[in-house]
Design a protein around this ligand. Structure first.
Ligand SMILES: *Cc1c(COP(=O)(O)O)cnc(C)c1O
Length: 401
């Protein structure tokens, strides 16, 4: 029997049994429309409102400041476009970072076409946005600053409080995409001065297709979906009760044991990183060594394609991911690895391993063993590795033709 090992928890996570159990009644027994006035509706609404309270408690806001969406992509799109359009009388400048998830970046690109000006902050080599650079670009026209709490590829955890404080001092609305950070770092939006935050169910052992936006009272945002009075009239449509109930429980569970769980994950991850860096030549860790998500290891393998590693590990039942993909002969490089200034050959050789609490040391040993073999095989096969030993510099798409 082939062993299956899942090390792609930054892409999605399995639904926790506890969360599933809590969701179950809302699929059949508690089927009322949460907007209905009668007892069936009230029962469903109680589940939705409990979820709102649980999320509010976990991040330190009021339940009425939470809006449910179909996920973080929708919520991030909404924040960028909705805050920009509702505040355009104050200015047309937005600041974000080159590290953001495409749901932020693409929304910003859309705004640029509508006449907004967007500044994309650089990151240093560890993946940190610099406060002095942020200060340099803030101007009287700036209406929104959006910087993610922790990066999904390299795991770097931003100095969130410092960024939020800077935005506050300048009187600019501050949004953070906290999809990867929730459950890994403590976030209290009131204490930290965060005006807007997004999170997603399926990244924290909750269901897929559900997310939430926290938006501080008093911040103007335009309606996302018209035709329904749900979510304060801003996002119409009958609520997905089971998913919302699941999201609330998942957020409650993941934020309950952050310290102990992070410690366990960090130990497993650091064990893995040390094994890889000492046993495989020409490897380096991407992102900051310490201030990073406890379950994230992003490693650059010199003189080999990360995508080839991913495909060969997949053949052995091991799931990992790469930021760069060779699609139809065009190499699409990770914008994050490029933003931290990694050279092209190392960008193409990078692989992300993201752990969960159910991974074991035995699994790590097994993966390291397979990884050593896979990297050796690829390097032996590669004419580039042979001809360019000590030189590096492979920009070509050599793995799939
Ligand atoms: C996964 C992810 C998203 C998108 O979340 P969905 O709920 O899948 O739409 C946004 N931002 C970050 C940082 C993510 O990792």
């Amino acid at each position: 029997m082939e062993q299956k090992i899942y090390l792609d928890n930054a892409a999605t996570t399995p639904l926790s049994r506890e969360v599933l159990a809590e969701m179950m009644p809302y699929f059949d027994t508690v089927y009322g429309n949460p907007s209905s006035i009668h007892s069936f509706g009230r029962d469903a609404r109680a589940g939705v409102e409990q979820a709102r309270e649980r999320i509010a408690k976990a991040i330190g806001c009021r339940p009425s400041e939470i809006y449910f969406t179909s996920g973080a992509t929708e919520a991030n799109n909404w924040v960028i476009e909705g805050i920009a359009s509702a505040n355009k009388h104050k200015g047309n400048h937005i600041i974000t970072s080159r590290l953001e998830h495409p749901s932020i970046l693409e929304a910003c690109k859309k705004l640029e076409k509508q006449g907004f000006r967007v500044t994309y902050l650089n990151a240093d080599k560890n993946g940190f946005v610099r406060i002095d650079e942020l200060l340099h670009y803030v101007c009287p026209d700036t209406i929104l600053i959006s910087v993610m709490a922790a990066n999904n590829e390299i795991g770097t955890i931003q100095n969130l409080q410092a960024i939020a404080q800077t935005a506050k001092e300048k009187g600019v609305i501050f949004h953070t995409d906290a999809v990867q950070a929730i459950g890994a770092v403590n976030i209290n939006v009131a204490e930290m001065g965060i005006d807007s935050l997004t999170l997603s169910g399926h990244k924290l052992n909750g269901p897929k297709g559900v997310g939430a936006l926290y938006l501080r009272h008093g911040i103007a945002i335009s309606k996302l979906i018209v035709g329904g009075e749900q979510e304060n009239g801003l996002r119409g449509g009958t609520l997905n009760t089971p998913a919302i109930v699941g999201l609330g429980r998942a957020v409650e569970l993941i934020t309950r044991d952050i310290i102990i769980n992070s410690k366990k994950l960090r130990m497993l991850r650091d064990y893995f990183i040390n094994q890889v860096l000492t046993k495989i030549e020409l490897t380096q860790l991407n992102g900051h060594a310490i201030q990073r998500l406890p379950n994230n290891a992003n490693i650059a393998f010199g003189q080999v394609e990360g995508e080839a590693i991913m495909l060969m590990l997949d053949m052995q039942g091991i799931a990992v991911s790469t930021g760069s993909a060779c699609s139809s002969n065009k190499l699409e490089q990770s914008h994050v690895l490029s933003a931290i200034g990694l050279p092209n050959d190392l960008i193409n050789g990078s692989v992300r391993f993201s752990f969960s609490l159910s991974n074991t040391r035995q699994e790590v040993d097994y993966v390291v063993e397979k990884l050593i073999a896979v990297v050796k095989k690829l390097r032996d096969m590669s004419p580039i590795a042979k001809s360019q030993v000590g030189k590096g510099g492979n920009d070509e798409c050599t793995t799939r033709k």
